[in-house]
Design a protein around this ligand. Sequence first.
Ligand code: LLP
Length: 384
Amino acid sequence: MRKIDFEDIERQGIHTPFYFYDMRLLEKTLRQARNEADKYDFHLHYALKANVNTPLLKRIQELGFGADCVSGNEVQHALNHGFSASKIAFAGVGKTDNEIKQGLVNEIFSFNVESIPELMVINDLALQNNKIARIALRINPNVDANTHHYITTGIEESKFGINHWELDAIIEKLPVLKGINLVGLHFHIGSQITDFSAFKSLCIKVNKIQEFFSSHGIEFEHLNLGGGLGIDYHAPDQNEVSDFRTYFALFNQLIHRKEGQEIHFELGRSLVAQCGSLITKVLFIKEGAARSFAIVDAGMNDLMRPALYQAYHQIQSLTSKVSDVRKYDVVGPICESTDIFLKQIALPQLKRGDILAIRSTGAYGQSMRNNYNMRKDAQEWYQY
Ligand code: LLP
């Protein structure tokens, strides 16, 4: 991890817990993703839900990424940060009428539609507002992403996307839906996917579904293959950047791309996770019956992933240099038993005031924070 001068950072008024962003690593990651995608003329959107901080968004926008949004506020945030409406995809199973109208007024790239009732409402609202909505149907391909159950989205029991048995009904309805322009197919099977065979299975399903539509005379301007590429939470320094080369090459090889068809992706985690660390201070070392607790000033409100998904984030000490290694449960101050970052982790012997870095927290860290126990938002620091 890049050296942090936290004393200097504290002098500038930033106090623990704070998020540290390595902007050089962000740059390297974005450029690698771009270069690999450019080989095949693939279009990249950034999934705002991973991190909505201005310095990151600005750089992402400047490098030509579009945006993938899941709320009206995210759409507005993307527009405010210079993303062109023609590059904004809007997904989500529960879009409100106001959010739909906002997308219509701004003439966004696509509404990624997740159900037949939603399709009907968008059609009606478009007609009422004298607009034609650009639509991509989000299809549930029933592919298991082999990731954590909570972040699997493309299997039949999941609430996301339109199921294959509904496609006939959609094809029947299409001719009367004058408020929509069907431009794409959208898929997203889950997040933190490291088993590339899941992406292979996705490609096979995408080809089949595309052929089904073709057999009914329906062709698509674009295919949006979602996000989901995982990162290495266990070795963030050894594997700073995800394997974009293999990822994009796989889709290029397996997707049956029609003449002139655009291929889009919407990546979140793989673009921003590794550049962020949550920096926290040890408040107390408490000796329990069978273990030592390192009680830190960051809590599950600052970073929910361990409490919510039992997610692993590497923790390292930035200050203790003692060769004597001890095992600790690193826990936060929140009044909840799940407020644990890691159990039984070996760290150089800690004392009050030591500084720890909780790694790989640039994605779904700050964007999922909350103010439980009336805690303040963690600040942030950008190192260029
Ligand atoms: N597109 C859609 C439609 C999505 O739902 C998501 C993420 C993405 C793209 C971006 O996926 P990514 O490339 O980041 O995997 N809070 C969880 C992750 C939830 C992901 C939700 N959807 C976590 O902390 O692991």
